[in-house]
Design a protein around this ligand. Structure first.
Ligand code: AHM
Ligand code: MG
Length: 335
């Protein structure tokens, strides 16, 4: 097999040279994060800090380390005007003349770090609007359709970069040489599935449409869906999306009534949008249950969104259950 390095692959596909440079820079940071994660307890990086982030969540040591690594490395690239992170209250300016803005969740699924289960870095790249500063929130408030690239690095048994620059989705595996090597090209999400992922312990809090949908999945062959389903929940969006991209499925984190005035749990700018771009580029669908996630016009950098994504036919079926609840709170907040 001819080994194709990330950089060579992107050049062969006529990717914008400056965009390649930013992706390369991101991968320098992700390799450093992968090294720290692999050392785990040996490097003293497990456990929590005493801090909470802007979301009100306790930061894990690795959340802070991953965030610092990304910030430090992205600052060195003159093409990066600024960055916004799950772990930063406000956007951070980098290089004034930079062409791009980068948003990221430095370590998604970080509740899994201490139990040695997969986590990942999610990123999204936008063009910086003319005349804006990298520390200005308004510069980042662009819909998901405006992303020029999106992806994640899954730190699992192997470290895998999953990337789109708007021309399909490809997997690159981190080799012992430190190179990301193409291992799957033009990934397609199978249109049908028998697998779904949702945190079932929240069932009583969901809106009625979501409850009905999941009830029918659980009825299997005996219910209206006419087939038996299997369920998975890793509590790491990166790992769930990776499964969906690899073998199909539906992943959802819906609105729930414990926080009735929030659209959902996951964040739009560095979770919902990049994952939606990947899923759509692979032929799947990504929705709030009431509209495409990438059509949501953002109003703040840390805003939340309801997420349902995956195999096209399954996501369409889920949307169908929501058609008659268009007046509810979840619908109002997720349009
Ligand atoms: P995080 O960005 O703080 O790690 O939170 C996001 C995570 C997702 O990776 C995952 O899908 C979900 O939250 C897990 O939620 P739960 O704790 O309800 O299982
Ligand atoms: Mg996250």
């Amino acid at each position: 097999m001819d080994l194709l390095l990330l950089n060579q692959f992107l050049k062969h596909h006529d990717t914008d040279g400056e965009l390649i440079e930013v992706i390369d820079t991101l991968m320098i940071a992700c390799k450093e994060i992968a090294v720290q994660l692999r050392e785990g307890a040996l490097a003293g990086v497990l456990g929590s800090t005493d801090n909470t982030n802007v979301q009100g969540e306790t930061q894990k040591k690795m959340d802070v380390i991953a965030n610092d690594v990304l910030k430090k490395v992205l600052h060195t690239n003159p093409l990066v005007r600024g960055m916004a992170s799950e772990e930063e209250d406000d956007p951070v300016a980098a290089n004034e003349q930079g062409r791009f803005l980068v948003t990221f969740d430095p370590l998604d699924g970080s509740s899994n770090i201490d139990i040695n289960v997969s986590v990942g870095t999610i990123f999204s790249i936008l063009e910086a609007p003319q005349g804006t500063k990298g520390c200005e929130e308004s510069a980042y408030l662009q819909s998901g359709r405006k992303q020029v690239a999106a992806g994640y690095v899954l730190y699992g048994p192997s470290a895998t970069l999953v990337l789109t620059t708007g021309a399909g989705v490809n997997f690159f595996t981190l080799a012992h040489t430190g190179d990301f090597i193409l291992t799957r090209e033009n990934v397609q999400v199978p249109p049908e599935t028998k697998e779904f992922a949702i945190n079932m312990s929240n069932q009583r809090h969901w809106e009625p449409a979501m409850q009905r949908y999941v009830d029918d999945l659980l009825l299997g062959k005996d219910g209206p869906r006419g087939k038996d389903y299997n369920m998975r929940w890793i509590a790491s969006m990166v790992a769930e999306v990776h499964r969906v991209l690899t073998r199909g499925g539906l992943f959802t984190y819906p609105w729930d009534k414990r926080a009735p005035n929030k659209p959902g749990k996951l964040r739009l700018m560095y979770e919902g949008n990049p994952m939606s771009m990947l899923i759509e580029q692979a032929g799947g669908l990504s929705t709030t249950c009431y509209g495409d996630i990438m059509d949501v016009e953002p109003t703040e950098i840390h805003q939340r969104v309801a997420v349902a994504l995956g195999s096209r036919q399954e996501v369409e079926a889920l949307q169908e259950y929501h058609r008659d609840s268009a007046d509810g709170n979840a619908a109002q907040l997720n349009r």
